[in-house]
Design a protein around this ligand. Sequence first.
Ligand SMILES: [Zn+2]
Ligand SMILES: [Zn+2]
Length: 196
Amino acid sequence: MWIVTPKGRRQRKTVYGKTRPEVHDKWLRLHEHARRGPMVPVSPRLRDFLERWLEETVRPTLSPATTSNYEMFSRLYIVPDLGDRKLDKLMVRDVQVWVNTLRVRCQCCFQGKDAARPEPQCCAVGACCHEAASDWTVHQAWRVLRGALTQAMREELVFRNVAALARAGTHAAVEEDAGVDRRRGAAVPHVGARGW
Ligand SMILES: [Zn+2]
Ligand SMILES: [Zn+2]
């Protein structure tokens, strides 16, 4: 059946069920909902949305290197903290707290890097090396999240980009946004290159 999203666009919604009466029952409830006003499709969790975004939007349009880059930022930096959140429940403050956490958290401890070494030499033996993510890394992670949420907006799953509204900027990061990335030059894929 067709539903009307809050932006007034029509969207198809399919009803599934094991038996005919079950399907009919669901259909009736959906119809009742639709009659009361615009409804939003069920919001996915960020981890599922990121996975789909990487497969459907990033992989077909960007280079393999960029794709694996995004996957890495998604897996190591976004999903562990925000992956369980439903898209429509993700707030600007969540993103801000996440960015702030990334700036100070020891990635060696968090990812178990030292523990994975044949001979642990720092975090796993009580001598944390305090390997916090660099400004550049934090900024890239934030840009990947922003890119994913831009797509979520296009799909009308969210109505604002909470990552874009949060502050992830450092002086260097702001320059980079303007296309000035002296440290890594052209080797760095720009999330912003396609208007993200
Ligand atoms: Zn360490
Ligand atoms: Zn550590």
